[in-house]
Design a protein around this ligand. Structure first.
Ligand code: MV4
Length: 450
């Protein structure tokens, strides 16, 4: 096992990783920018190193500074959390070159899944159902036209280097294709420095259902069920839950086993998430994330498995001690991502928290790194914390969620708490009857202003 882990992140996920390290008896190193001197992860770590000025590119993304921090403190492993360098294959390689373990998948798998066309091709070869689409990048406009005719309109243009929604265009007919290609290429080039595009059949109203996996890099792998992350705004997840209100046990077991078998075949190491669009009872692979995700607590609450502890164990060369038959699903969990934003305009609202009273009680979990008197800096994401609620049934979970949201006090800044208080009482949400466009349509109706 590792002796000392450097946590290359900030905020609630840095604290989450720190907690796993403490339980495993592993020493911790926090790194921080000059804007994060008062951050909770810095206070709770055994040691801390300042790695640069506020801008992420100069601190949390600064690979030489992180290497120096490993060297100075003698850390033998790095946990990247999510975001920042978590899916940077080159970072994982550089750490290995310096005899520091990266707590995550092997660089080849990070790189494979970072190329969305290669990832889709791999998924197909591994027996995972994908969205019908081009199996290669689209070269010329004429080639795109051939693919589009073959697939049938509407189609979606996507960036091979993309993911997470940037550089995508819906094309509803042949006349729109030329201009859409030019726009998508320009956007992809600007965002990723790579204008490679591919094409897919556009699904109109799917759900976003993702499967959590865990592998030991030696051919053992399990799935831990799904999370439904359909409630999003501008490609930012807002509300995540598990199990998905749309799946039954047979559907879950089938897609889960398909994904687990694929992970065994590639000897996947660590935690990962395989993302699907789910429509008319069918799964369509879109991409795979090779990191721990923001919404991982949903899975932890319904499986009682500590995903970060498991990540650390397998990264240190340990065997996966869990068999698929050891994974049992209990009840229901919902996570709300509470942001420091105006709940109607979603404008960021950083600043000092003057009253902080998180809810408690049975089935209530808060993953947050804020505290009474803490000032949320303006340089990073606006996550105040995650409220995760568990119940025996979805109904009980919703009752607890409404109660917990009503208890929650965060004063001094604006937060999205009012949005969640409304959502937890909204008929479609209560019924589990929603899709990936539901939240945008709800907000467009002005439902919160009334
Ligand atoms: C799609 C799609 C419809 N059809 N692909 C958006 C983020 C990226 N990961 C994939 N995305 C989508 N891909 C096909 N073939 C619709 C979306 C999409 C979406 C997906 C998940 C959650 C929210 C979304 C919001 C808008 C569009």
């Amino acid at each position: 096992m590792f002796d000392k882990i450097l946590i290359a992140n900030r905020g609630e996920i840095a604290l989450r990783v720190l907690r796993a390290c403490k339980e495993l008896g592993i020493a911790t190193v926090a790194v921080h920018s000059t804007a994060d001197e008062d951050a909770m992860h810095v206070r709770l770590a055994d040691e801390s190193v300042c790695i640069g000025p506020p801008a992420s590119k100069d601190s949390y993304l600064n690979i030489p500074a992180l290497l120096a921090a490993c060297e100075i403190t003698g850390a033998d492993a790095v946990h990247p959390g999510y975001g920042f360098l978590a899916e940077n294959a080159r970072f994982a390689e550089i750490l290995a070159e310096h005899n520091v373990h990266f707590i995550g998948p092997r660089p080849e798998h990070i790189r494979l899944m970072g190329d969305k066309i290669a990832a889709k091709r791999a998924a197909t070869e591994l027996g995972i159902p994908t969205v019908p689409g081009s199996t290669e990048s689209v070269g010329s406009d004429a080639e795109a036209e051939r693919w589009a005719r073959d697939i049938g309109f509407p189609v979606m243009l996507k960036a091979a280097a993309g993911g997470g929604g940037r550089g995508m265009k819906v094309v509803r007919g042949e006349s729109e294709l030329g201009p859409a290609l030019a726009m998508a290429r320009a956007e992809a080039k600007a965002a990723f420095g790579d204008d490679t595009l591919y094409l897919e059949k556009y699904l109109e109203r799917p759900r976003h259902v993702e499967i959590q996996v865990l592998g030991d890099g030696k051919g053992r792998a399990i799935h831990l069920g799904e999370r439904d992350c359909s409630l999003q705004r501008r490609h930012q997840k807002v509300w995540e839950e598990g199990p998905s209100p749309a799946l039954n046990t047979a559907a879950r077991d089938q897609i889960g086993e398909t994904v687990a078998r694929a992970m065994r075949a590639i000897k996947y190491l660590g935690a990962g998430t395989v993302e699907f669009l789910y429509e008319d009872g069918k799964f369509h692979f879109i991409e795979m994330n090779t990191r721990i995700q923001v919404e991982h607590p949903v899975t932890e609450m319904i499986t009682d498995i500590d995903l970060v502890v498991e990540q650390i164990r397998v990264a240190a060369g340990g065997d996966l001690t869990l068999a698929q038959s050891d994974v049992k699903f209990h009840g229901h969990a919902i996570e709300c991502r509470i942001n420091a934003e105006n709940p109607v305009s979603f404008r960021p609202s950083p600043g000092k928290i003057v009253h902080y009273h998180p809810p408690g009680g049975l089935g209530v979990r808060i993953d947050s790194a804020v505290y009474h008197g803490y000032a949320i800096p303006p340089f990073y994401d606006s996550l105040v914390g995650k409220l995760i609620v568990h119940g025996k049934t979805r109904g009980e979970c919703l009752m607890r969620l409404r109660r917990a949201l009503d208890e929650f006090v965060v004063d001094g800044i604006e937060t999205t708490l009012p949005l969640f208080r409304a959502l937890a009482r909204e008929k479609d949400v209560v019924d589990g009857d929603y899709h990936i466009h539901w939240l945008e349509e709800f907000l467009a109706r002005g439902a919160l202003e009334r």
